[in-house]
Design a protein around this ligand. Sequence first.
Ligand code: BTN
Length: 258
Amino acid sequence: HALVRPGALWTSLDVVQETGSTNSDLTARAKELPEGAVLVAEEQTAGRGRLDRSWSAPARSGLFFSVLLRPGAGVPVDRWGWLPLLTGVAVATGLSRAAGVDTSLKWPNDLLVTVGGEERKAGGILAERAGEDAVVVGIGLNVTLRADELPVPAAGSLLLADAISTDRETLLRAVLRSLEQWYVDWREAGGDPAASRLQETYAAGCATLGRTVRAELPGDRSLTGEAVAVDADGRLVLATEGGGREPVAAGDIVHLRP
Ligand code: BTN
């Protein structure tokens, strides 16, 4: 396949017609696969999202794929938490180039597009540890869904956001190229999000920053405040009414409306 160049990150690219979840498939095969394996499904019957949610979309209506990474060669494990945020930045960069669509990121890594003046979720990212040394990063992107095909009213698609291209192969190629660039730079910087310009690029494209949001915390607690920063660990920092600053971890749910 033309995407797979010798010496480059992407070592193999498999396309299956139908499977349960590409994240589950790559995780099950993580031990035998090299870094850079890519698995694309035309249709997923049991796609998974963050926070135990499901991800479902009609066959061939979008991009559903996963990649296997082994960041340990250059990046200490306490920085691997940046991978899903890095992937969000990479998808946004790739889509801006190939589809001409402006996207933003709802912290930590929901991809938002604008449809009729409204922010809509057109993509999501699910990063999961696959054993000691591997991470599987899955990307789901609504590409050709029309308004009457959206799984929930708050969803969007690249087509509805007036993309100049909705050719899935073109988009996949652009996203993989961009993900390779961001990943290799980050790894060469030892995973330091400031040195690889990841932290500032993420902040510049993050729709959550500057807004008053409500975070659901463990133990039925919630926290309302203005999202003011994404810290060096990738956590969202809220400035609360009492004048304090509280970091929110990626496992917590953040609502853009208080
Ligand atoms: C989210 O929005 O919570 C994340 C959605 C991630 C969906 C993708 S589709 C390809 C890969 N395989 C899965 O089962 N999930 C991810």
